[in-house]
Structure formats: structure tokens, C-alpha cells
Design a protein around this ligand. Structure first.
Ligand SMILES: Cc1cc2nc3c(=O)[nH]c(=O)nc-3n(C[C@H](O)[C@H](O)[C@H](O)COP(=O)(O)O)c2cc1C
Length: 320
């Protein structure tokens, strides 16, 4: 099945995933200029009116870059929408994305409602939905999404528990459309393996935290550089949904990462107010198990060049 036009001309088969707080205009612009899909959660633009400002600024900057570099591959932008009753900005944020004709919408948590899908499809946009299970994948496809993001074990932020082999393999039995795979992908070799497994794209998050353009404090970058997979804890304590976090930040918050209580799911809140999520992501640092592969803090452009070289070397090694 042919990929949607908007995903056909990337410099690498990579979608940079949206990350709460960390993905701001500087990171997104650098990702797109490096030829991959750049993304951010709509909720990062606060207050809500800021979303229009961000999109205007990012689109103008990328248009100017394209005009100055006619031959360059410039990736499209994607905006993440959290589909949950506590997100009181959803209708507003979708409307702003429609106004800017954002080519890719990434929906997470619940399957997107029909009105949202119709609104995005009305201008030729596509919706990729993020899932951790086969059941959720089927529900999203029934709702009418255009593609799936499969979040396997080891991913940063809210993550699943399934092996990527099981997840991609089962989904490919019933879905031939666009599939992105995530969970600890941090090298060119891993991008190629995602494709070998049957995915079209690698969906990469944590690796961008340890870049110069991420909107995080230096201590967070440093903690990623110093951590390995054993320093990542999987818990639902901080948001009500299971996710992966750096042990170091949990200790700094005065908690014992090896003895964390379970969370109360009814406290989930993804609204525009001062939610517990904001605190969670600001003080308790999300990151996937791939942190052991991140030993420095390059710029996004340098990182994408490195991924390209590793990807080409892996292809050569396997004589592809
Ligand atoms: C700090 C952090 C914040 C995140 N915030 C969001 C978010 O707001 N919305 C979302 O859909 N995914 C979010 N994610 C999940 C990523 O989009 C993606 O699934 C994950 O980072 C991929 O795994 P990796 O980090 O191992 O590459 C977040 C991940 C991290 C590490």
C-alpha cells in the first residue's frame, strides 16, 4: 500500500514523537529541517491561544528555509492531540490545526471522534493514532484513522508492555496502511530493524531530549547521558497511566523508585489547568529504555546525520 504523499519524501523513515514540555518550536523546526517529521503536543502551547502563534511561526520559518534551500528535504509537522474528557482544549486545538492545515495529527489515549477525523480529512490531512495494544489498534481503525503508531515496551513516557515483534506482527495481519513503531529506538540500526519487522517508520522520542534544541533543563539532558536501561522505572504513579521515567528524578523527588505505590486512575487529567501531569513531566523525567545508547548532547541536525550514517552502514552490513 502506497504511503500518504506527506510521508513520502523524508530524509530518513523517522517521525520525531511529541513530548510534553520538551517539544517546542525550536525542536520541531530543527527536526523538520533535518528532513524528518517534527511534532509537538498541542498542550505544550500555553495558554491555548499560543497554538496559533506557534503554528504561524513554525510554518513561516519552514517556508523561508525551503525557499532558501530549494533542494533540501524538509519534513512535515505533526501536532499531537490528547483525546480524553479531561482535555478541555481539544475542540479549540483541532480548529486551530484545521486553520493551519497541519498535515499530520497524532491522536493519543482514546480513538479520535468522527468530527475530528472529518475535520482533518477535509483539507487532506491524515490522523495517526498511538496505541499500545491490538484491541486499541482495531478500535482506532474502526473509527477511521489513517495510520497507527505502535508503542511497544521500553518507550519513553506512556508506554506499553508488548514486544515490538508481537505488536507489529499481529497488526500487520489486518492492517496494510502506514505503521510507525516506537520504543527505545535511538540508532540507525534500530530504524532499519523497525522496517525489517514490518513497520514503515521509526517513531523516536527520548533521543531528542538529549539534543541542544529540546525544551528541558540541562540536568535532565545530563541524567539521560548518565543513565542506562536499568535506571528507567515503569510506573503508573505519576499520571494514572503506566510510563517510563528516570530513577534519578524519582529519587530527587524524595521517593523510593523500587517501592512505588500504584496510582489512582480516576486522577488522570490532561486539561489546560495546572494538572498533576505538568508536575509529573517537569519534575519526574520521562525517558525510554534506550537512554543507555545516548552518550552525548548533539544538535538535531548532527543527530539525524549520525542516524543516516548508521542506517546506511546497517543496510550495507546486511547487504541490502
Ligand atoms: C518526556 C516525554 C514526554 C512525552 N509526552 C508525550 C505526549 O505529550 N503525547 C504523546 O502522545 N506522547 C508523549 N510521549 C511519548 C512519545 O511520543 C513516544 O511514544 C516515545 O517517546 C517513544 O519512545 P522512546 O522515547 O523510547 O523513543 C512522551 C515521551 C517522553 C519521553
Amino acid at each position: 500500500m502506497a504511503l500518504p504523499q506527506v510521508l513520502q519524501n523524508l530524509s530518513l523513515p523517522v517521525i520525531a514523537s511529541p513530548m510534553f514540555i520538551a517539544s517546542g518550536p525550536a525542536l520541531v523546526k530543527a527536526q523538520c529541517k533535518a528532513g524528518i517529521v517534527g511534532s509537538f503536543p498541542a498542550l505544550n502551547a500555553r495558554p491555548a491561544e499560543m497554538l496559533d502563534t506557534w503554528l504561524t511561526e513554525i510554518q513561516a520559518d519552514l517556508a523561508a528555509y525551503k525557499a532558501e534551500h530549494p533542494g533540501a528535504k524538509v519534513g512535515p509537522i505533526a501536532v499531537n492531540q490528547i483525546v480524553h474528557q479531561s482535555n478541555d482544549r481539544l475542540a479549540h486545538d483541532v480548529e486551530v490545526c484545521v486553520k493551519h492545515q497541519v498535515p499530520i495529527i497524532i491522536s493519543s489515549l482514546r480513538a479520535p471522534p468522527k468530527e475530528m477525523l472529518d475535520a482533518v480529512h477535509s483539507y487532506g490531512g491524515i490522523v495517526l493514532h498511538d496505541v499500545i495494544s491490538i484491541r486499541h489498534a482495531q478500535k482506532a481503525l474502526e473509527a477511521g484513522v489513517d495510520g497507527l503508531i505502535l508503542v511497544a515496551a521500553g518507550a519513553g513516557g506512556h508506554a506499553g508492555t508488548l514486544s515490538p515483534f508481537a505488536l507489529v506482527g499481529e497488526v500487520r495481519k489486518f492492517f496494510k496502511g502506514p505503521v510507525a513503531l516506537s520504543g527505545s529506538i535511538a540508532t540507525g540500526d534500530a530504524i532499519l530493524s523497525a522496517q525489517a519487522m514490518g513497520a514503515d517508520f521509526a517513531y523516536i522520542g527520548s533521543r531528542w531530549l538529549a539534543t541542544k534544541e529540546s525544551n528541558v533543563e540541562d540536568g535532565y539532558r545530563q541524567a539521560i547521558v548518565e543513565s542506562s536501561a536499568a535506571d528507567v522505572v515503569y510506573t503508573n504513579l505519576f499520571t494514572g497511566v503506566h510510563g517510563n521515567y528516570l530513577k534519578k528524578s524519582i529519587v530527587a523527588a524524595g521517593l523510593d523508585p523500587d517501592n512505588l505505590p500504584a496510582a489512582d486512575k480516576s486522577k488522570m487529567n490532561f486539561g489546560s489547568g495546572g494538572s498533576s501531569k505538568a508536575k509529573a513531566w517537569r519534575d519526574i523525567w520521562g525517558a525510554g529504555q534506550g537512554v543507555g545508547l545516548m552518550d552525548d548532547v548533539p544538535s538535531v541536525a548532527e543527530m539525524v546525520e549520525r542516524l543516516k550514517a548508521e542506517y546506511a552502514a546497517a543496510r550495507k552490513r546486511l547487504a541490502l
